[in-house]
Design a protein around this ligand. Structure first.
Ligand code: NDP
Length: 241
């Protein structure tokens, strides 16, 4: 029986690439999403991957969602915390709502989801928790105090939880992408991309979602059992920790 992998925000962008790569690697994949039913339906039809809608910032919704998936599909052995949002503003203009929404999805959402699968992983002595953080959680980014704080929080969470999971066969790792060619980044005007963003990337191009997905597939594998508490950067040489 193949392992069950759940990918939050798994119907679009980097998450969709992760869902497909895990499916290709033999996992039974469930792709969660927040509200874009049209995209999720098209993704499910195109890939044959099951989709489930709930908001990761809602603790009870996560607990109920995981309970339903575990009852109908099987125990979640791989959790990929990928769902993320931006609400950018310079700090003097940032509203409490912009702060709370980003922390709620990008950091509390990671707690909510991981908490919902953690006891099961401990009971089965196996688990993989992989969180998609960001280069901007490593270096900070002006206009993104909320996002940088949440993504840096994901890294602290990963290091702490790795220590708790180690004796139980659970690895906890993070991936920090740089600029990846998703809808969010491709919505930036071409002139800005070519004149301001790509020149900051030593390899001279945006990353592809599949390049993040391949890291996740490796971290999920049995062969990666000695890697825990790690942060893997994939940013084209833009930033070294
Ligand atoms: P997209 O905006 O393309 O997709 C986001 C996905 O997350 C969608 O499936 C969306 O669902 C889902 N989502 C958003 N909020 C919630 C929520 N509250 N509950 C459940 N699902 C939710 O994002 P990207 O692919 O660009 O980014 C994926 C991750 O990678 C994010 O964590 C992002 O911060 C991180 N990242 C991205 C980079 C990039 O260059 N693109 C760089 C560094 C990090 P729906 O379709 O229903 O809205």
């Amino acid at each position: 029986m193949s392992r069950v992998a759940l990918v939050t925000g798994g119907t679009r962008g980097i998450g969709a690439a992760i869902s497909v790569a895990l499916k290709d690697a033999g996992y039974q994949v469930i792709a969660n999403y927040a509200g874009n039913d049209e995209k999720a339906k098209a993704f499910a039809e195109e890939t044959g991957i099951q989709v489930r809608r709930w908001d990761v910032s809602d603790y009870q919704a996560c607990a109920d969602g995981i309970a339903e998936v575990e009852a109908t599909v099987g125990p979640v052995e791989v959790l990929v915390n990928n769902a993320g949002i931006t609400r950018d503003a310079m700090f003097h203009k940032m509203t409490p709502q912009q702060w709370n929404e980003v922390i709620g999805t990008n950091l509390t959402g990671v707690f909510n989801m991981t908490h919902s699968v953690w006891s099961g992983m401990r009971d089965r002595n196996f688990g993989r928790v992989i969180t998609i953080s960001s280069i901007n959680g490593q270096k900070g980014q002006m206009g993104q105090a909320n996002y940088s704080a949440a993504k840096a929080g994901d890294l602290g969470f990963t290091k702490a939880l790795a220590q708790e999971g180690a004796a139980k066969g659970i690895t906890v790792n993070a991936v920090c992408p740089g600029y990846i060619a998703t809808e969010m980044v491709l919505a930036v005007p071409e002139k800005v991309l070519n004149e301001r963003i790509i020149p900051q990337i030593p390899v001279g191009r945006l990353g592809q979602p599949e390049e993040i997905a391949r890291i996740v597939v490796f971290l999920a594998s049995d062969e990666a059992g000695f890697i825990t508490g790690s942060t893997i950067s994939a940013n084209g040489g833009q930033f070294f920790v």
